[in-house]
Ligand binder design. Structure first.
Ligand code: NG6
Ligand code: CA
Length: 523
């Protein structure tokens, strides 16, 4: 069965399908707004003032929300970064592809050059494209085989990005350098770079053996290998010299490279995939944000994120292109408080709930793992200050952009992404019939009324030091969505719903989407 037929069967019944007719217009007739996807890291559903946060001011994000649409029911596809980003950029659920778990900094490039990506959607429509900030999807051909002192043989240029200025993984993983267009930025020939995730390099200090060198931040668990900028990380590293980043300057570096790209392309359509390091660990915001909140570095990193958003929007306005720019702002997964550094985030919460009261958090199959802030602003198209309660998934963003631009997705590409442009801009407020989320080795299925967590064996709490409920359980879990905190498992009382949820998951797994036709018949 071809892709379009599968899609119309799946979504036809629920009336949420934008059918093949959406492609009737040619690319020339379509609007070509600039598009910026702002992806925060580990920013929770309750971490922004416009989502109810009290201890932090986020005026720039709030302004986007009040001039656009704020969604209250959008889900990332996974509760950790690598699979979440993989799905967002490829329109394929990460669990379909082995090797998409949280990636090491020396992972080979996980999205392969032959795959069609979100950047390719825009390239097909003649856009200039860029990826800036956190990447975390591997680089180079093979894991552990990269020569960081030479151009990488596989990098973002092979995935449709004309320009890239990225961190290979996360700030807590080596190599601690920016990579610009597939080569270490500010490369320092006097300090060649070596990376290893198995063993240290002779003579290099580590957080474990040399805690006295940790003048900026100490680990609370893990993160005790290479030391860069007085902070120990995951993985071993040698060299880098002048190319090594300073954590306090990461937000500025990312923002200034994004602004540079915007300026260079102000007079042609551009797409920017812009991923902040905030608010992932190690949280080490610039001095000017220190004390911006009463929550210590985690709160101050949220303030720094907000500043970053403001800096980008101000540049668009200065250039007179803000009205022709569609901005999507969201987060890759739910929040975490202690994620391995002794940064006092826990004790300084001061009553703040990063998940906004949802159960679980980052890593978790519970709602806090994947329900994320989601704001869309496209002046003239999105309604100012709209509150959208519809169920929406990151997985549909790719096909929705293709729909907006009249770009045809190649056969077999982005198999899980549905064109829901009208839903993306809030013009259609129907829920997606279901959204699917990955956490550990389970899947959770959310419909407008129910949340189901597929039974798997596993620890109840994240086993490595972070105090978050995993949501894993050997017995099926079913929660009524009215039970916001997922307190009462009602699986035993609703065997029919459990069966239906299992059937849907099996059908999605088998890509037998025709099975999903009677989705709207859920009791
Ligand atoms: C975990 C790390 C955590 C974070 C996470 C990935 C330890 C003990 N914990 O393994 O600090 O890096 O991986 O986060 O190493 S993510 O947002 O990029 O998925
Ligand atoms: Ca993350």
């Amino acid at each position: 069965m071809n892709r379009q037929i599968i899609k119309s069967l799946t979504f036809g019944a629920a009336g949420a399908m934008t059918c093949a007719g959406a492609y009737a217009q040619t690319a020339q007739q379509k609007a070509r707004p600039n598009v910026i996807v702002i992806l925060a890291d580990d920013l929770g559903y309750g971490d922004l003032a416009c989502y109810g946060a009290k201890n932090v001011r986020t005026p720039n994000v709030d302004a986007l929300a009040s001039s656009g649409v704020r969604f209250t029911n959008c889900h990332a596809t996974a509760a950790t970064s690598t699979p979440s980003r993989y799905s967002l950029l490829t329109g394929q659920y990460a669990w379909r592809k082995p090797g998409t778990g949280v990636a090491a900094g020396n992972a080979g490039m996980i999205i392969r050059p032959e795959q069609f990506t979100m950047a390719d959607v825009f390239k097909s429509a003649g856009y200039a494209t860029a990826a800036i900030g956190k990447w975390h999807l591997g680089l180079g051909d093979k894991t552990g085989q990269q020569d960081w002192n030479a151009p990488l043989p596989a990098a973002l240029g092979d995935l449709g990005f004309d320009y890239s200025y990225i961190m290979a993984a996360t700030a807590d993983r080596v190599p601690c350098v920016f990579i610009e267009n597939g080569q270490v930025a500010n490369y320092d020939p006097s300090a060649p770079i070596f990376v290893d995730y198995q063993k240290n390099f002779p003579g290099e200090p580590t957080g474990k053996d040399n805690p006295e060198l940790l003048y900026n931040q100490k680990p609370s668990h893990g993160h005790d290998m290479a030391i860069v900028n007085g902070i120990s990380r995951i993985g071993y590293m040698k060299g880098g010299g002048k190319a090594l980043w300073k954590d306090e300057n990461i937000a500025d570096s990312i923002a200034s490279h994004a602004i540079g790209f915007i300026r260079r392309h102000a007079d042609e359509p551009f797409f920017m995939y812009f991923c902040t390091n905030d608010v992932h660990v190690p949280r080490f915001p610039h001095q000017r944000f220190r004390g911006a909140t009463n929550m210590g570095v985690r709160g101050d990193a949220i303030a720094q994120f907000d500043w970053t958003v403001g800096a980008l929007v101000a540049e668009l306005e200065r250039l007179g292109i803000a009205d022709n720019t569609l901005i999507v702002l969201t987060s890759d997964n739910g929040p975490v408080v202690d994620d391995g550094y002794d940064d006092r985030a826990e004790e300084l919460l001061n009553g703040h709930s990063p998940t906004g009261g949802l159960r679980g958090g980052k890593y978790s199959a519970f709602e806090g793992g994947t329900r994320v802030p989601f704001i869309v602003r496209y002046p003239g198209k999105t309604k100012k200050g709209q509150l959208d309660k519809a169920l929406f998934s990151h997985i549909d963003i790719l096909a929705s952009f293709a729909e907006l631009l009249g770009v045809r997705i190649p056969a077999g590409a982005a198999p899980d992404s549905y064109p829901r442009y009208k839903a993306l801009i809030g013009a259609d407020t129907q829920s997606r019939p279901w959204v699917l989320e990955e956490a550990f080795n389970t899947l959770a299925l959310r419909t407008p009324d129910w949340k189901y967590i597929y039974p798997v064996k596993g620890p109840a709490i994240v086993p490595w030091g972070t105090e978050i409920e995993t949501g894993l359980n050997e017995t099926p879990q079913l929660y009524n969505v009215a039970d916001l905190k997922e307190r009462k498992n009602v699986a035993a009382e609703h065997p029919d719903v459990v069966k239906r949820m299992n059937d849907i998951i099996s059908a999605i797994r088998a890509e037998n989407n025709a099975e999903l036709r009677s989705l709207d018949a859920l009791p």
